[in-house]
Design a protein around this ligand. Structure first.
Ligand SMILES: [Fe+2]
Length: 266
């Protein structure tokens, strides 16, 4: 069995700033330490986009510093709050497509992780996602060459509607094109996303979809037409994806809850 630690929607801000009174950097540092302490045998960490809140160079510098001592390989992905130029200025060695899109893959045992770049810097609404033909064609190639491996696809914008109408409005606009390609490949075991700031399970074209919470601020459980920036101070979390011979298992860990001792009930 292999483990993959997943953080999404970290939303780093410049030092001294907060989001609804929470410090995203402190939360990420706390969460990463928790994950590494409890799962030192993990194979990799995936950061599933919205690395920063404003895509400002000092925010990416804080991410670099926070990852400085991480002993595991890290897959860096972008979300709607990120921008490619400042990200690449801070992480010039990151793997990317010839087009500049931040898409890459990693093989772990019998699995292939494929990380997509759903950021649309030209979106009229600023925050919705898009996968252009070049990114989709690259995906097709990585799916086709996976061989006997099962594939986990990571995409910041989930390829499903969630019932949070404000978030769905800024969702992945061409999700049908993505789902069609994943279905056609026939080897995708799991899709992992963020963007919503809430723990959600669903499926797209018959493929399971897991959406993880942020380590910092969350979407309140208020379905319908809410402002997508509506946020609430609920426990921060990270995801833990187990890759087994029999399939994929998805856990979500609320690391910011006070420590408690487990007890055996009588
Ligand atoms: Fe986010």
């Amino acid at each position: 069995m292999q483990k993959v630690i997943v953080f999404t929607d970290i939303h780093l801000v410049p030092e001294g700033q907060t989001i609804i009174g929470l410090d995203p950097c402190a939360r990420f540092v706390q969460g990463l330490a928790h994950a590494l302490d409890n799962h030192p045998d993990a194979a990799r960490v995936v950061l599933c986009g919205d690395l920063t809140h404003n895509a400002a160079p000092p925010e990416y510098a804080r991410l670099r510093a926070a990852l400085d001592t991480c002993p595991l390989p890290v897959s860096l992905m972008l979300g709607n709050h990120d921008r490619r130029a400042p990200f690449l200025a801070a992480f010039p060695d990151v793997e990317r497509m010839e087009t500049g899109h931040i898409q890459h893959h990693a093989d772990i045992g019998g699995y292939r992780l494929i990380c997509l770049d759903t950021l649309n810097e030209e979106a009229e609404d600023t925050h919705s996602g898009w996968l252009c033909p070049a990114r989709l064609d690259w995906l097709d190639e990585r799916l086709a060459e996976a061989g006997d491996r099962q594939v986990i696809v990571f995409a910041h914008h989930p390829p499903i509607e969630t019932g949070f109408k404000g978030m769905d409005w800024i969702g992945l606009k061409n999700r049908a094109a993505l789902i069609a390609r994943l279905r056609a490949a026939g080897n995708v075991a799991q899709i992992v996303s963020g963007h919503i700031h809430r723990t959600i399970q669903g499926s797209a074209g018959g493929i399971p979809v897991a959406i993880f919470k942020s380590p910092c601020h969350q979407m309140p459980m208020a379905l319908g037409y809410q402002d997508p920036s509506l946020s609430i101070d609920e426990p921060g979390a990270y995801g833990l994806v187990l890759l087994t011979d029999d399939g994929v298992i998805v856990h979500s860990e609320d690391f910011s809850l006070p420590p408690r001792n487990a007890q055996i009930y009588a």
